[in-house]
Ligand binder design. Structure first.
Ligand SMILES: Nc1nc2c(ncn2[C@@H]2O[C@H](COP(=O)(O)OP(=O)(O)O)[C@@H](O)[C@H]2O)c(=O)[nH]1
Ligand SMILES: [Mg+2]
Length: 296
């Protein structure tokens, strides 16, 4: 299982790792090698601010004689990348999940994956299809729920999403579910509209399930490069985001985006998804991620 996951994520790692391999093999590290590293990090979507901060710290270590050859550069970079991913607090645990993110970012697919994950742990899961904007969105989730026997609460097309959430919360309590997963619409046509809609959904949950802690998870398509960072920033301005799900890690994304998100937005990454199958989900492990990135 582990090697299967690692293979699936290899694409993400390999772009950056093969270039790094050459650098780490050098007998002496000079300013031009650090410049080279800067270009590699930037081209891997690490972002200007985060890259600059890492390179500045590496230059200081180089100036003080702590980085002399490739292997010491690898170790220093490893520590700095890990420190970057350690900036956000560890994800807080809860049983209620609200999924947000733009259309096509992978919310509904992730909802199924998360439901499957908890179901396989023996939990009783209720899905709420609160994306009432498109009938197809509810159908997509309902079909999957039917196939796997996970319970689902669904509304009708263009019904107020908060009212579907209301019914879902009711049922969650009455039928004593363990986990509630709410799939929402990803409309971002105006910031204030999105803000209002999410605030309304959260008010309903707080009122109906006051003892539950709610995790709002944002799905981000890792293939969008710097754009995915801009999206995360925008959503963060709209609502509190407790964790990020980086989707489509089996695609053409370059993997550096996790550092920019952790460093600049201080939001923890929770899960990576790497395919359309329900098992293609992995809890984000920062140690493993950095090790794989620098050692493949
Ligand atoms: N390759 C790949 N495709 C994915 C992944 N997650 C979702 N997708 C696909 O991306 C498209 C949009 O996903 P969907 O869950 O409907 O996004 P939503 O609009 O945010 O609900 C669908 O075609 C999914 O099959 C993933 O991890 N890898
Ligand atoms: Mg959807």
């Amino acid at each position: 299982m582990f090697s299967f996951i690692k293979n699936s994520l290899k694409k993400i790692y390999s772009g950056i790792t093969s270039q790094l391999g050459t650098l780490f093999g050098k007998k002496t590290i000079d300013e031009s090698a650090l410049k080279e590293l800067e270009v590699i990090l930037l081209s891997a979507d690490t972002g200007v601010t985060t890259t600059r901060s890492i390179i500045t710290q590496l230059k200081e270590l180089h100036a003080s004689g702590q980085i002399t050859e490739g292997e010491s550069l690898r170790q220093a970079l490893h520590e700095l990348l890990l420190a970057t991913l350690s900036k956000p607090a560890e994800p807080k645990q809860g049983n209620v999940f609200v999924l947000v993110g733009i259309n096509g970012s992978g919310k509904t697919t992730f909802a199924s994956k998360l439901a499957h994950h908890y179901q396989s742990l023996g939990k009783k899961v209720l899905l709420v299809a609160a994306d009432t904007f498109r009938a197809a969105a509810t159908q997509q989730l309902a079909q999957w729920a039917e196939k796997t026997g996970v319970a689902i609460e669904q509304g009708t097309e263009s019904q107020d999403p908060a009212s579907v959430v209301f019914k879902g919360c009711d049922r969650f309590e009455k039928e004593q579910f363990d986990i509630l997963i709410i799939d929402t619409a990803g409309r971002l046509h105006t910031k204030s509209h999105l803000m209002d809609e999410l605030a309304k959904i959260k008010r309903v949950i707080d009122k109906k399930l006051p003892s539950q802690s709610v995790n709002t998870l944002l799905t981000i398509d890792s293939m969008l490069g710097q754009n995915s960072f801009e999206q995360a920033k925008l959503f963060k301005e709209c609502t509190q985001i407790d964790g990020i799900i980086l989707t489509k890690m089996d695609g053409t994304g370059k993997g550096g985006i996790v550092f920019a998100i952790a460093d600049e937005l201080t939001i923890p990454i929770w899960y990576l998804t790497f395919g359309e199958q329900v098992e293609q989900l992995k809890q984000f492990d920062k140690n493993e991620y950095v090790t794989n990135l620098l050692q493949a």
